[in-house]
Design a binder for this molecule. Sequence first.
Ligand code: ADP
Length: 220
Amino acid sequence: MLIQLKKVDKIYRDGTVSFQALREVDLSVEEGEMVAVQGRSGAGKSTLLHIIGCVDTFDGGSYLLDGTDIGGLRDGQLSRIRSRTMGFIMQDFALVSKLSVFDNIAVPLYLAGTGMKKIRSAVKAAAAEVGLEGQLDKKAGQLSGGQKQRVAIARAIVNAPRIILADEPTGALDATTAGEIIALLKGQKEKGITILIVTHDNSVAAACQRVIEIRDGRIV
Ligand code: ADP
């Protein structure tokens, strides 16, 4: 099992106020699965994605990632796991508009200290996978929404991750463009990458093998 959460709790604390966002969440995902996460706003979907992505910590229970106990790790170890294992895709694309497509895709490699020769070949390959050949010198801010999300997918896969975590990846796109983005993600699944997608869109959920629903911090 690639992802195994057992009885995971998440409590946000702010001074004297606390809020339990996840309650005893059990979730197992096998390598190569494509899973949709659905539920109302505030149900805990993003929180779950952040914990799986090792972006946020949790308070109770356990999380084994490919057998590694994530609960006991320090920040440095978590960030290494993030950069080697995870690719993230956000609803608002989270690109740097003034930078080129090339530089946006290369960000994870710059952060990892990868050499320029390797960066050039990895960025070219990732861009080709999402149909952005010939667009590498454009500024990200000049692209359409669908093209921006392609850049974000290329950035998510440039590190050859095992897991892609997508938070409402089609939320800002029209139906046709959303369909293209989901087809690209399915292509990544066919390559064996494990994909979790938070989505309100039932057509996106229908493209996944499995749908899990969260209600008030619990999987139902
Ligand atoms: P969803 O993605 O399903 O909309 P979230 O995981 O973003 O839900 O949030 C779940 C609950 O946790 C919400 O009630 C939200 O207000 C709360 N929450 C999220 N982040 C924080 C935070 N940093 N501090 C306090 N409460 C938070």
